[in-house]
Write a protein that binds this ligand. Structure first.
Ligand code: AHR
Length: 621
């Protein structure tokens, strides 16, 4: 096979081309990216009617020593449920408390990762009928093996009304499966609410789990689409993501049950934090909001205006003047300068639904009027037929098998060129071909992305989905990044994305691929400048989707011979012994790209061997 690359000319790839899509799915945020260690910190997950289930909190002690319940006495108006502990035992009287005391513990999200030498900030709200002597400790999963503790001693007058306790624990040992205990050996009635434990060390001090954000930063995303997907829609509108309930002081947020992915979130990772995350990654935020449509119910277009106002308020929150109504809340949360919100998506996968078009048009005209520079994204696919409504971009989602994904590399070759631009905001190989993240899936996606890169005059943004999975709650397979309380790895699909991180803002070059096995080979070439060394590179990416080694003759025309250098060029290959190979916690690097030096420079003819089932990138200096 031969590949001819024309290095002169080419077409610019949009600066926004490659990004990420974060959805609160698989405990990606709660128990994942958001570093909060306590699950159900406000005791609201059991619902507003008390007494309620306090899961995953559990009781330490038996009925003779403690009675635990909930009531609606919280000081916080939007989350009224609080925990009540009636302590019957006392170290001073006949009913002596068991060793270690009685109380409650929280195991976090399948165990808290507590690390030696690290500090953890614990905040809780407490009230009592008498003096309080409360031990706050981090222990092993069975309550044994204390890692850190402190005693909170408060007088009766201190706690006659709700009081905030703020303390820092430093761990003297490491345990990846720890729990937070709140115990006492003193008789009385104690109420607790809004119990938080955060590692002091988070990404840029903003509450994100550092090593997970670093995986994202390594992708150099130019945008972050958030907070979902189906999470935005909800099975029912009452459970949809509503931004106003996720901002302001964390203690005051009601939290909500995400009924599509079936778990509660305290909404510590709220609208503000998503905007902050995008900023911290140097990426543009793309806010997907509910457009009055869930999976099972819809707001009639005639009644949608309050929802439209909610979206307008959300935009004002993100970028309004700090003196504006919602901009002032953002400023009060510590971010007076506006966030760079330039894109919003009106709904998710709702195109076919009865009220979509009507609702969409209401949002479209209101947002265009108030914020003429904002780019609006429709849910309706405009690749093969024009939209019946105005939009700057349209969403394109694809979940399919490997062969179909690979063949979709050409799906945009004949897409309409004069309408809105395409945002391929969700793509992944799923099902048997993908397992929990196979090489096969990743190669098919690589082929698809090469096709999108060559069509980047019309495809302006791409992002894989889903981004994260907590291995303890796999709601969706596969995902790009797998983690538990302390481990993480990228699936081959994650690593494929790294090959495209330099494409944003690069130039896609003209290429001609001649091959007898055309159905299993695809290639593209870009010219880009590395900001680290300010050198110009040509990157040629080739997927060999077939089961035979392919010999490829690469020639590059149109380069100034003076610009050629012999050293510094590299080849990076993603392959493995078996096409269904996956990474795991025990073998996190089984299928990862392998770089090597290449003794050729751009402009020279190269003869390269492409292993079966492989993705290779040649970076020529
Ligand atoms: O990525 C998982 C889900 O797939 C998203 O929530 C939804 O948009 C799509 O159906």
């Amino acid at each position: 096979a031969t590949l001819a690359v024309n290095a002169s000319g080419g077409k610019p790839i949009p600066d926004t081309f490659f990004g990420i899509f974060f959805e609160e799915i698989n405990h990606a945020g709660a128990g994942g990216l958001w570093a909060e260690l306590v699950s159900n910190r406000g005791f609201e997950a059991g619902g507003p009617n008390t007494p309620s289930n306090i899961d995953p909190w559990s009781i330490i002690g038996d009925e003779s020593s403690i009675i635990v319940s909930t009531d609606r006495s919280s000081p916080f108006e939007l989350n009224k449920v609080a925990l009540q502990m009636v302590v019957l035992c006392d170290s001073q009287d006949g009913n002596i408390c068991p060793a270690g005391g009685v109380g409650v513990y929280n195991p976090g999200f399948w165990g808290m990762n507590i690390e030696q030498g690290k500090k953890y900030k614990v905040i809780l709200y407490v009230r009592s009928t008498g003096p309080v002597n409360l031990k706050v400790s981090l222990t092993g999963s069975n309550g044994v093996g204390e890692l850190a503790s402190t005693d909170i001693i408060l007088s009766e007058s201190d706690v006659s009304d709700w009081t905030k306790v703020d303390t820092t624990l430093e761990a003297n040992a490491t345990n990846h499966n720890s729990r937070l205990q709140l115990t006492t050996t003193r008789k009385g009635v104690i109420w607790l609410d809004q119990v938080s434990a955060m590692p002091e060390d988070t990404y840029k001090g903003h509450g994100f789990r550092s090593e997970l954000v670093e995986m994202l930063a390594d992708l150099k995303p130019r945008f972050v689409r958030f907070p979902g997907g189906c999470f935005v829609e909800g099975e029912w509108l009452r459970n949809a993501f509503r931004w106003k309930a996720t901002v302001g002081p964390w203690e005051e947020r009601p939290g909500h049950f995400g009924d599509v992915w079936k778990y509660w979130t305290d909404d510590g990772l709220g609208y503000f934090e998503f905007l902050q995350l995008a900023k911290d990654l140097g990426a543009l935020p793309i806010w997907v909001f509910n457009n009055g449509i869930s999976h099972n119910d819809q707001v009639a277009t005639s009644s949608v205006l309050p929802f439209v106002q909610e979206a307008l308020d959300g935009i004002e929150f993100a970028r309004g003047d700090p003196t504006s109504k919602w901009g002032s809340l953002r400023a009060a949360m510590g971010h007076p300068e506006p966030f760079d919100l330039k894109y919003v998506a009106i709904g998710n996968e709702d195109c076919g639904k009865r009220n979509y078009r009507g609702n969409y048009l209401k949002y479209y005209s209101a947002i265009r009027h108030a914020y003429p520079d904002i780019q609006l994204i429709s849910n309706c696919d405009a690749s093969s037929r024009p939209l019946d409504h105005p939009a700057h971009m349209y969403d394109y989602h694809v979940y399919t098998n490997a062969n179909d994904m690979f063949s979709r590399a050409h799906i945009f070759d004949h897409a309409l060129r004069n309408g809105p631009k395409a945002f391929v905001s969700e793509y992944a190989v799923t099902g048997r071909d993908a397992g929990k993240g196979s090489l096969l899936a990743a190669l098919a996606e690589a082929g698809f992305l090469i096709g999108l890169e060559m069509n980047s005059d019309i495809v302006h943004m791409i992002s894989y989905a889903p981004l994260f999975v907590n291995a303890n709650d796999r709601r969706w397979n596969p995902d790009a990044i797998v983690f538990n309380s302390y481990q993480l790895y990228g699936t081959p699909s994650y690593w494929v994305q790294q090959f495209f991180r330099e494409s944003s803002g690069a130039t896609v070059l003209d290429t001609t691929l001649n091959t007898t096995s055309s159905s299993s080979l695809i290639a593209s070439a870009i010219a880009w400048q590395n900001s680290a060394d300010e050198k110009n590179y040509i990157r040629i990416k080739v997927v060999n989707f077939g089961s035979d080694t392919v010999s490829l003759q690469i020639s590059i025309d149109g380069l100034d011979p003076k610009s050629l250098q012999l050293s510094g060029s590299t080849k990076t290959v993603l392959t493995s012994a078996n096409v269904m190979d996956e990474n795991t916690f025990s073998q996190p690097k089984k299928v990862v790209p392998t770089p090597s030096r290449l003794e050729s420079a751009a402009g020279q003819d190269m003869n390269v061997q492409l292993p079966p089932h492989s993705f290779t990138s040649f970076d020529l200096l």
